[in-house]
Design a binder for this molecule. Sequence first.
Ligand code: PBG
Length: 309
Amino acid sequence: MRTVTVGTRGSTLALAQTRWVIARLKEEWPETEFRLQTISTKGDRNRESLEQLAQKGDKGFWVKEIEDALLQNRVDIAVHSLKDLPTEQPEGLEVASIPKRVDSRDVLVGREGAKKLADLPQGARVGTSSIRRKAFLKSYRPDLQVIDLRGNIDTRLAALGTGDYDAIILAAAGLIRTELRHRIDEFIEPDILLPAPGQGALALETRADDDLSIEVAYAIHDHLTDDRITAEREFLAGLGAGCMAPVGAHATVKGGTLTLEGWVAALDGTHVIRATSSGEAGECADIGAELAEDMLKQGADRFIEAARA
Ligand SMILES: NCc1[nH]cc(CCC(=O)O)c1CC(=O)O
């Protein structure tokens, strides 16, 4: 029996999504043995300074050590939240497979009596560490106090219990995958809070010359998800931005036509540039690149620069 080692971070979410991936792979490859290997990343160890890491241009702080393990043959397939994976792969590695996406929306989890974004009292305290969520929330409701909230899902849910926050905003996918769907009070529609590029999707990364692992991973590839996230990520890359930018992107496909919506915001939410672009789903990369160009012409670069400074 051949053995494929699957590597991921040690967080509850990383483990849940990797167990799901292994179960799906096992269905496709019943004769293969899958071994789960956890790897700690800089992002796991430096929770306090993610913004600093991002500002130094250190984009891969959730994935670097896992990519090293791939390159050194310690793991064969790496499972990442696509949202955390830089838009370019290092030499020798590739994204071999994009499994079917779950819900890409952001959600609100509230305290007693604070169960919907629109119904939060004037000046309510909302916890999130994402500058994208912060900017879009301030644009929608300038009265809200957006307060920094870091850590993994368990830490953030626990913070809600301390009374320091009226509500927190998280990705639906993280709660769904860790069997915490019952904690969701509101799914926030993309016309209010446009999700991060790739949110709710996973990426299976392999060595570019490891044909066997590529074949194994590709068995759970989902073409529709791939078209959508390709458009979203090309948009992000075209803006010259990374996962810590005030940028949202969300693609949908209907009858072969892909529609990509993109937003770029000022950090304080006082300005949001919004645009959409559509075309044949097969042209997903071009649709993303064109939307980025369009947004840069509209002055989006000053907001991306401001976020970097
Ligand atoms: N940056 C952390 C991160 N990376 C992926 C997810 C959620 C799962 C996903 O978007 O696929 C989260 C947590 C969150 O944003 O609430």
